[in-house]
Design a protein around this ligand. Sequence first.
Ligand code: 2AM
Ligand code: CA
Length: 269
Amino acid sequence: MDLEIRNDIFNQAKKWIREAGATIREKIDDPLTIDTKSNPKDLVTHMDKETEQFFVKQIKSTYRDHLLLSEEGFGDDLQSLDGTVWIVDPIDGTMNFVQQKRNFAISVGIYHHGIGEIGFIYNVMDDILYSAKRGEGAFKNDIQLPRLKDNVKLDESLLGLNHFWLCENRLVDEKQMQRLVREVRGTRTYGSAALEFAYVAEGIMDGYLTMSLAPWDVAAGIIIVNEVGGVTSNIMGEEVNMLERNSILTCHPAIKKSIINDFLKKGKK
Ligand code: 2AM
Ligand code: CA
């Protein structure tokens, strides 16, 4: 992607994300319309929908040839990542948004012919914007994030996890997961995949492991984590498919092999 064009898109996206975030903050105490999607715990509110519609309107009127893959269905129905594709989660961590009014993020990843060029994760209530352009490092607001430290040992790691491994135990062996939880120094659950990616990039968590995420949950995070030297794959170590749901391990490269080979693959046929 031409760097001048990329800079223009980056600045435009940043402006829209901050604007959308300001609107959410202004309306945070307004009554919410809450619906459910795939199951009674899969929530969506009118703010998710309105925020997504805001992005659709801005993107489609400014960049007529760009495409949009987004959570609430106002984007395009994509069969490939050809062209320039914005992958948008208007509110990542909707349950936190509903129940806590904090700990949620706007996530925007911009891909050009399948390559992640720009990533934004905006912690709306804390007004913290994580961003990255491919090859130019990652930032927390205006401060560049350092590359991940040289080495990290699994038994000194803090690992982001949630309870889904208990429910999705077709994918992993429960006993091996128990071993993993005992092996690491500690586990954390924040309830927003995008923020968990951001914390890995910031180096305040060493990894994040979860069983099933959609492209919009991970599109920005992969780019941002990559820029500090972190790595992302599915739980078998394979490349993430940005048009499907994936299991996800994003982490410091030093612990990836051990997590996958010594825990996730073990006990599986
Ligand atoms: P969401 O808030 O945009 O739905 C919660 O642990 C994290 O997993 C959130 O980032 C949530 O995104 C994501 N997630 C993706 N699919 C989910 C599902 N089916 N149920 C619950 N959380 C899901
Ligand atoms: Ca969402």
